[in-house]
Design a protein around this ligand. Sequence first.
Ligand code: DON
Length: 302
Amino acid sequence: MDLAAILQGIGADMAAAPDRGRVADYIPELAQVDPARFGIAVALADGRMLTAGDATVPFSIQSISKVFTLAIALGRLGDQLWARVGREPSGHAFNSILQLEYEKGIPRNPFINAGAIVVTDAILAGHAPREVLGELLTFIRTAAGDDDIHINQRVARSETETGHRNMALAHFLRAHGNLLNPPEKTLGTYFHQCAVDMTCTQLARAGRFLMAAPGMPHLVSPSRVRRINALMMTCGHYDASGDFAYRVGLPGKSGVGGGILAVAPGRASIAVWSPGLNDRGNSHLGSLAMERLARATGWSVF
Ligand code: DON
């Protein structure tokens, strides 16, 4: 299999694709990003890195950060975390508030916004936001083996000024006793965690710990890696998680900046970025690229 040629083919076709989806505009700073961008990077178990397109251009990882905060929260709290957040797909949009009312303030999973806000609240306990964000950056930098990974303050400020849905979710959680810190403190931390900038190359490297292959960074136990992957497969694309599993067959996590991190267990960590989103808030060309890569490589876990 000539993986370099496969990636070049995907990169060329995606660069030329006429339908690129719509760039998110509810965070004004993200609306500025050029929809013509497309990058892909594959970190292989043998240590090689293959890329195509804009793989070294930084983008806002947004909800992909939720994978790293989940890993930190499970390390800190273990199974106690599951008293505050579920492990089921929601079947609703990433920012939906509906279920939270029926289900009395326990979010369905750690990847929808309500669940991720609870996860961030849980790791904040007794710490300053600066410390938690420092721990997150240390985790990501260690996973990637790269210290040049930072929070984009403009993106964080942009979401802080406009994130009224998340404010509603946080206050609703607090009303149900499932937010231990003041909503502004938890949200300030959450908005900054989402505003981490990374390139596809950095993100593919940062995902290597989820491959559970020999020689890869060992940041969480093998059983926890399996569980994080299970949650990425069932919940990582919100109400399109079933579709991603059907088309790609790999655990994946999307972000509204247009990035997707996917894991081929034992084989590869893959990052793709194209800013235009589909109607479920996931990268349109990124999902197509992942589908093509999985088909060409046979890496689906099924
Ligand atoms: O909370 C938000 O709305 C954003 N900071 C992150 C959402 C996101 O990335 C959804 N993913 N596709």
